[in-house]
Ligand binder design. Structure first.
Ligand code: EPS
Length: 403
């Protein structure tokens, strides 16, 4: 099983990631992980924090001489803000976030922010300072996830799998990028949008929201190509790859909905307009080894690459709606934790929108989930064994007469 855990607080000394379950022999380096971490830091509408950090994951274990050994991979990512920046009351974060009791007061956060984890968190964990909740619930944690995703990307690239993302909506500005999406255009856009006109409008919308002291949500789409048919299973609710993907993408900070393929649009359509017709064998393509490039290809991909909880071999398309950031320059009315009386919600530096970043985080979650599905299906302790199993499976999936 490919699984990971993260630890760390937003303004503590650093973040931790622990990944296990990948085979030995995958080429990986801190520089490769850094590429995805840098993508996570970009995006128009981000606050001042991203100017402070240069997120870098230092490998602690599981990689030797440039290759995974099969052992758990641990990573440490420093929070630069912890040692260089000031927290509340102009005191250094080392003071505010000290593990040891400190001399003098640390002003607690009592004015709860609607939309963040503050209110249920302080109730459930019986905390008198919402900082003990928000430090962990901050999307800063997603740095660890993206580092883990980068390693899974290296693993999946051995099978020709690519995972990309783009922003299709910010604050109601809808993108209509040409098909297929040009990923370079998305990566070059300040809001990671592959439609240049919409990209410019989104930037304006972010500026307008900033001017109004408000925040914006939107929609991101993740696309995975090069997947074999038959990852996941129809057998149990929790073995379905659809379940696992929707849960993992749904776990991304601020995500309030996930759809696959045409998703909610399907409600308005008849079956004849929905289901992806299978092409006859005359239209199938061969790969370089004489096998089928993609067995059972479809005329359309409304299912977004998943049928019955399994991959169809068509591109996996998964979208997530991201709510507007809960911390706002013009805070909402709220209540004070000590008295329950009316108070303005707490404001600390924040982003106007986080949607472009969410695409990169959603990619990471898809990458881990797919890596898990690959290891479940093909196993192996060294990548060469996994690849052998993959190739022998691929040789069996065409028509039963073996042509
Ligand atoms: C983030 C770090 C945070 C926020 C953002 C994500 O930094 P700070 O709180 O120091 O400004 O920029 O957090 C949120 C979106 C959130 O809701 O908590 C990061 O590293 O991505």
């Amino acid at each position: 099983m490919v699984r990971f855990l993260t630890a760390g607080e937003s303004h503590g000394p650093g973040l931790v990631a622990l990944l296990e379950g990948l085979p030995a022999g995958i080429a990986i380096s801190e520089a490769v992980i850094r590429e995805d971490l840098a993508r996570r830091q970009m995006g128009y509408g981000r606050g001042g924090r991203m100017q402070i950090e240069t997120d870098y994951a230092v490998l602690q274990s599981g990689v030797r001489h440039g290759y995974t050994t099969g052992a758990p991979i641990a990573m440490l990512i420093e929070n630069r803000d912890h040692t260089t920046g000031n927290g509340p009351d102009g005191k250094p974060w080392t003071h505010t976030m000290s593990k040891e009791p400190v001399e003098g007061d640390v002003t607690p956060i009592h004015r709860l922010r609607p939309g963040h984890a503050d209110t249920p968190g302080i109730s459930k964990y019986l905390q008198d300072d919402a900082r003990n909740i928000l430090e962990r619930s901050s999307a800063r944690e997603s740095t660890s996830r993206v580092a883990v995703g980068a390693i899974c990307r290296a693993f999946l690239s051995e099978f020709g799998v690519e995972v990309h993302s783009h922003v299709t909506n910010i604050g109601g500005v809808q993108a209509h990028p040409p098909e297929p999406v040009d990923w370079d255009v998305a990566e070059d856009s300040p809001v990671r949008c592959a439609d240049p006109d919409a990209s410019a409008l989104m930037v304006r919308e972010v500026d307008a929201a900033k001017e109004a002291g408000d925040s914006l949500g939107g929609v991101v789409e993740v696309v995975a190509t090069g997947l074999p048919i038959g990852l996941g299973s129809h057998i149990q609710w929790d073995t379905k790859l659809s379940t696992r993907l929707m849960a993992s993408v749904g776990s991304v900070n601020a995500v309030k909905g996930v759809e696959v393929g045409k998703g909610f649009e399907l409600a308005d359509l008849r079956g004849s307009k929905v289901h992806d017709v299978i092409k006859p064998i005359e239209e199938w393509e061969r790969n370089g080894n004489g096998g089928w490039a993609k067995p059972w290809p479809r005329r359309t991909n409304n299912a977004g690459g998943l049928e019955g909880g399994m991959t169809t071999g068509e591109p996996l398309i998964i979208r997530a709606v991201v709510k507007p950031i809960a911390t706002m320059i013009s805070p909402l009315p709220s209540v004070d934790l000590t008295t329950g009386e009316l108070a303005q919600a707490h404001y600390e530096r924040s982003d106007i929108t986080f949607v472009p970043t969410c695409g990169v985080i959603a990619e990471a979650m898809v990458l881990v989930t797919l890596a898990d599905a690959f290891m479940e299906k093909f196993g192996g302790d060294h990548i060469s064994e996994t690849l052998r199993n993959y190739e022998s499976y691929r040789a069996t999936v065409g028509p039963r007469n073996g042509s």
